[in-house]
Write a protein that binds this ligand. Sequence first.
Ligand code: XLS
Ligand code: MG
Length: 347
Amino acid sequence: MSDNKSNFRFTVGPWNVHEGHETFGPGVRPSIPFEEKIKKFAEIGMDGVQFHDDDAVPDMNNMSDKAIVDYAKDVKAMLDKYGLFAEFVAPRLWFDKRTSDGAYTASRKEDYDFAIWRSLRSVDIAKALGTNKVQLWLAREGTLCAEGKNPVEKIIQMRDAFDTILKYDPDVRILIEPKPNEPIDRSYAGTCGHALAIGAQTVDPDRVGVCIESAHSIMAGLDPAADMAFALAWGKLWGVHLNDQNSIRYDQDKVFGVENLRGAFNQVKVLYENNFGANGECVGLDVKTMRTQSVEDSYRHIINSKKIFEMLLKKVKKFDYKFQEECVKEHNFEKLEMYVMELLLEG
Ligand code: XLS
Ligand code: MG
């Protein structure tokens, strides 16, 4: 096994430090100014930042294409000031009224056109921030009312939207972030397999990969490490959003490893064994501050996620492959499983 390794680069987005709002309650903490978050990300050991398009350019809907790029260049200067890079830009296609019935799968042409406009501006913003990665979380690409859309037509329409993005800029790379539900009732492309399949149908499959989020795999009833492995097998794992999740409930964005330590161990293991990061891929931490947390202490979940990742990495490096081989030869998986438990539990 080669050893690039341990050179993992960590990223988070400004939305990972939020005011605490959720479906059943408003924010409970004051907002932290954008630059203060960026500065703090650098202080707590992040290497880069993930952006929604309007995290970078808040008023973009009311700005010209050129003004958007100019604004993004100033954000790049701010990142440089703190020694951070931009990992990707994700068009926020789930806030605006025009995306309430989906963005790429919208029923109305003017809504679809808006989604394309935001996506192409995301490419511009990404380039201005110094990255060619655009991440597409397919938030509302599905339906709230099964009879409301022709699913086959809409799935093809979504592929056509990806083609438009790919054709717009020959350097752009698309990372699809699949999620099975929420905010949509049922997603048209909710898993790693769907994302890879739709990528393969685009005009340039080599420029479409995936970002696997632990919680989203769990919500689909799948194992995140196995999803990561599936994408790694074809060289398609271009990003991860590590976090944790208590079963198939609402999307919880808990600290990495706090629900299922063995599951987290196996995510770190598959990333490490397969040299994730060697081509610039980042370990994204898509975790949210608990609603009970004070504003002064609202970065702890990020610090903890990174720490747990690093502690698990030490365990991964201790993993005895000789012993594993022996157990496999004997078909003694009880023995191997107990070895893993002891490895995880001992100090
Ligand atoms: C939501 C997603 C979102 C994306 C970025 O469930 O995880 O946070 O990662 O838009
Ligand atoms: Mg995510």
